[in-house]
Design a protein around this ligand. Structure first.
Ligand SMILES: CC(C)(COP(=O)(O)OP(=O)(O)OC[C@H]1O[C@@H](n2cnc3c(N)ncnc32)[C@H](O)[C@@H]1OP(=O)(O)O)[C@@H](O)C(=O)NCCC(=O)NCCS
Length: 154
């Protein structure tokens, strides 16, 4: 399979926080952020693999600062490493005050997605195009994280 670049699948989403997204404190409910993270990463994984994908694993999630009703949630997903049928995808989430342009960190998440064929079995995905030093380092770091995940799985 032909390698695909990070740019091929990079996925950005923007969500406006409405009252139905909020918890009792007026900030976005954590589960809503997690749903947007999962969606953004799934689109990214489908763009890279050209297949339907399922979420196999979510690394630790740290909520850094809240985003409140009337503010904006920006999500930016990219494939950080590719294995045989699975892909590691990082989603960086920021809050934004659209009236001032101020932005702040909200969540940094890593998820593993598996590409699925028509029989719903894991299927091979194109390798990541290792065209820069940054992407090569990202693939190497992803391979180390994957080894740790699979140890935990056992
Ligand atoms: C994810 C799933 C397809 C893996 O199936 P499986 O029978 O374990 O398949 P395999 O053992 O062949 O593993 C397939 C790939 O998943 C990876 N994988 C499986 N479990 C993993 C885990 N906990 N963490 C990281 N990677 C994992 C394997 O390393 C392998 O990757 P590789 O081919 O790149 O080496 C299966 O467990 C599943 O369908 N889970 C439910 C998914 C789901 O419902 N998600 C929520 C809705 S989208």
């Amino acid at each position: 399979m032909e390698p695909r670049s990070q740019a091929h699948s990079r996925t950005q989403m923007t969500e406006y926080v409405l009252p139905q997204h909020a918890n009792a404190l007026g900030g976005v409910f954590g589960g809503q952020i997690m749903a947007w993270v999962d969606l953004c990463a799934a689109i990214c994984g489908q763009r890279h693999s050209g297949r339907q994908c399922v979420t196999a694993f979510v690394d630790d999630l740290k909520f850094q600062q809240p985003v409140r009703v009337g503010e904006v949630v920006r999500l930016d997903a990219r494939v950080t490493a590719v294995f045989r049928t699975s892909m590691e995808i990082e989603v960086v989430v920021e809050g934004e005050d659209a009236t001032t342009g101020r932005r702040w960190p909200c969540v940094d998440a890593r998820l593993t997605f598996v590409a699925i064929d028509d029989a719903r079995k894991p299927t091979d995905v194109p390798p990541l195009l290792l065209d820069t030093e940054e992407v090569r380092a990202s693939q190497a770091a992803g391979e180390e994280r994957r080894a740790a995940r699979l140890v935990r799985k056992k």
